[in-house]
Design a binder for this molecule. Sequence first.
Ligand SMILES: *[C@@H]1O[C@H](CO)[C@@H](O)[C@H](O)[C@H]1NC(C)=O
Length: 314
Amino acid sequence: MMGRNQSVISEFFLLGLPVEPEHQNLFYALFLAMYLTTVLGNLLIIVLIQLDSHLHTPMYLFLSNLSFSDLCFSSVTMPKLLQNMLNEDPSIPYAGCLTQMYFFLFFGDLESFLLVAMAYDRYVAICFPLHYTTIMSPKLCLSLVMLSWVLTTFHAMLHTLLMARLSFCVHNVIPHFFCDMSALLKLSCSDTQVNELVIFIMGGLILVIPFLLIIMSYAQIVSSLLKVPSARSIRKTFSTCGSHLSVVSLFYGTVIGLYLCPTASNSTVKDTAMAMMYTVVTPMLNPFIYSLRNRDMKGALGRVFCKKKTLFSL
Ligand SMILES: *[C@@H]1O[C@H](CO)[C@@H](O)[C@H](O)[C@H]1NC(C)=O
């Protein structure tokens, strides 16, 4: 495992989930089912939105991007976890570990930026309904999506390059089920001060600024509702913003829970449970939150499905 100069570790070992061996199969089945649900649910949303021209509105195009990001986010960690649970070969090469970390950060941030774009879209739809189509032009939507990709590439690249500078000497067992950035920092034998500082500053910027922007959009929405309060406008706002608000609460709820309730020094179980929450549960629930209560999505399902049926019967 060690190179001649004692500073090269070529692979890491992922400790996986803290479950008893006799429960391994049960958890394997559970996570496989959750992962398949995530993949199929999000794919269904992407396909429906692409196929049904009624859904080619900014809100649904952003939603389709969010589903894509959810799909990729859980595919960064879940297949490796499932594979580890199956054949008990928990090793991951050094480069694989950094790649996993890069894409984990990339799709995690992308989700946070897309939630801001969606909040802005709801703000324009409710506060400037007459100018909605001119403000939220396809060009602006595309620019917002591109901007999210650029920012998130920069952020994930920054952390990955800083991590690549570090050397790993003796310890190579990661007490987690994926290459988590903070778990890797604890294993390093170099000075990690710069990394920690950058994580602290960028983490703050990447989480707090989007969160504040979302709060600001909703503050505007609520204040415009209060100017002319009517049961109808409140119901309308709730039906168009309810799903977005649920996803935002789920996303920031887990993130805030993770950072505001610092874990005891080696409570791996709680860390892992929280990580499970945002890598598996959140991406799985998003499609359901958006489609179960949503008349447009159900209509699209009907239209796409019936069109197929008439095509087949011709
Ligand atoms: C993402 O959003 C852009 C701009 O609205 C849209 O053109 C594109 O089709 C979306 N991508 C996906 C995968 O839904």
